[in-house]
Write a protein that binds this ligand. Sequence first.
Ligand SMILES: NC(=O)c1ccc[n+]([C@@H]2O[C@H](COP(=O)([O-])OP(=O)(O)OC[C@H]3O[C@@H](n4cnc5c(N)ncnc54)[C@H](OP(=O)(O)O)[C@@H]3O)[C@@H](O)[C@H]2O)c1
Length: 268
Amino acid sequence: MTIAMPVLGAGTFRLKGEDAYNSVTMALEAGYRHIDTAQIYGNEKEVGAAIADSGIARSEIFLTTKIWMDKFGKEAFLPSIRQSLADLQVEYVDLLLIHWPLKNEEVAMSDYLASLKEVKELGMAKQIGISNFTVAQMQQAIDILGAEAIYTNQVEVHPYLQNRKVVDFCRENGIIVTGYMPFAYGDVLKDETIARIAEKHQATTAQTVLAWMRQNEFVTIPSSTKRANIESNLKASEVVLDEADMAAIAELDRNHRLANPDFAPEWD
Ligand SMILES: NC(=O)c1ccc[n+]([C@@H]2O[C@H](COP(=O)([O-])OP(=O)(O)OC[C@H]3O[C@@H](n4cnc5c(N)ncnc54)[C@H](OP(=O)(O)O)[C@@H]3O)[C@@H](O)[C@H]2O)c1
């Protein structure tokens, strides 16, 4: 059985060892059923242990991982996914993403996307998708796989980086937008406009940002090491912003990009 991706998940970037185990445990206890990890986070074992120890049925959890760039070659791709599944203690992930497109295509996109598709055909991933793909790269991926095969593009989205070109292209092609770093790693939580809207709704700034994400139909995956934050973020589902609030936050867009490593593509 495969479940649709819950709109709010728990991210695990930067969480190592016990922090990763505890964060995922707290998230599952709070009621999250969507967990986002990646090979490069170095925490798939802890994420897997937390899921196994939770006692929650595998079929109730939507689990995403991402394959790292050094594993895109034909020889390395499948073995690396088998290793991820072993570390995660699962027989399949719900979603497998290409973590970053290759800037210089050391491995051709048509080759690594063929491997991605094979993982799905083998039943090791229920859905497949991409992350950090630009509009041009999404078009390339669509030409290779077909739009209907691409479940999501996971990209940086928050009030300070609204990524409209990528978002519009995803929408035109029926690709879900998963917005990562919804709090811009804390930056947007200090914003005065967001604080004013939060006060009006007797909500926290974090809940206000998450409500804005949800009402824009973004799936998102904030991370936290604190039970209080994990629990209150989930309660953002109770916060409903009005049109004026949504418009005011839309105006905060300022191309404030945090995830921009040297291997990043030429952004839109
Ligand atoms: N595909 C990609 O290339 C990519 C890149 C980056 C991230 N991601 C994914 O997206 C997830 C989210 O990004 P992120 O973790 O970098 O950044 P983020 O979710 O924007 O911010 C995380 C920070 O926000 C704080 N926080 C969380 N809830 C809070 C609350 N209610 N009040 C105040 N502070 C709060 C956390 O601190 P506390 O621990 O103190 O709560 C943490 O320092 C990652 O974990 C990862 O799964 C994907």
